[in-house]
Write a protein that binds this ligand. Structure first.
Ligand code: SF4
Ligand SMILES: [Zn+2]
Length: 229
């Protein structure tokens, strides 16, 4: 038998097979079977969701325990640290890339930041420095810096404790009067004499912000600070 005949025979057989299948009645699944499958799937989903919730709660509980350790001796609660953590930070903690030491350092920073927001100097900011944007500031290093943590206060109009007195005449909140070359008023409402403020008088002022041209004037003897790594 040639391959053509063989092929024809196979085609014939296939056609017969197709015809046979078309004639064969299709058996419908019973509605009871469908309901059973749907019920099993729904149970599986519920159990999967329950497991996911349980594991999320367990991870949260372990994270809160870790945060409780991180904030020991500090004026901050685990929940406050938790709120400050980003979803990426939490993922890093879950994968073990964020250690307890790092969380403790982060808690320390948050405590410092809160004091600074109130205009209070953190205990370790003991050096007299000069920020080109904020003027004289307390930092953990001395010398001159281009920007500093107090810049956040400056941007948010919060007070900045000063290590030395400043001159109103060099402050951007000083508004000169038209009738006198040295007198002016404070637009921040700081206490002043009836006649106003004398531009060259020195005072300790938490609201002082240097004029841009003053901020670039580095005090005599100040050196460019080397930032701590
Ligand atoms: S903010 Fe302070 S330094 Fe500036 S003008 Fe007012 S009182 Fe003077
Ligand atoms: Zn600054």
């Amino acid at each position: 038998m040639s391959w053509r005949e063989m092929l024809r025979a196979e085609v014939t057989d296939d056609q017969q097979l197709i015809k046979h299948n078309l004639k064969k009645p299709v058996s419908k699944p019973s509605s009871a079977d469908c309901a059973d499958i749907a019920d099993r799937e729904s149970k599986l989903n519920v159990s999967k969701q329950r497991e996911q919730k349980q594991s999320h709660e367990e991870r949260q509980s372990r994270l809160m325990e870790c945060l409780a350790d991180a904030c020991k001796g500090l004026e901050i609660t685990p929940m406050e640290i938790h709120k400050a953590l980003s979803p990426d930070d939490i993922k890093e903690w879950e994968s073990g890339d964020l250690t307890l030491e790092e969380l403790s350092a982060f808690a320390d920073l948050l405590v410092d930041r809160r004091s600074m927001d109130r205009g209070e100097r953190p205990d370790h900011f003991t050096e007299k420095a000069h920020c080109r944007q904020c003027g004289p500031v307390y930092l953990w290093i001395s010398g001159t810096v281009l920007g500093c943590p107090w810049c956040f206060n400056r941007a948010a109009d919060r007070p900045i404790p000063r290590p030395r007195s400043v001159r109103c005449g060099e402050c951007c909140h000083f508004e000169r009067v038209s009738y006198h070359p040295h007198l002016g008023h404070c637009t921040m409402g700081e206490p002043e004499a009836v006649a106003g403020l004398w531009d060259s008088d020195r005072r300790y002022c938490l609201r002082y912000i240097p004029h841009p041209q003053q901020s670039t004037n580095v005090p005599t003897g100040a050196t460019e600070a080397k930032t701590k790594s």
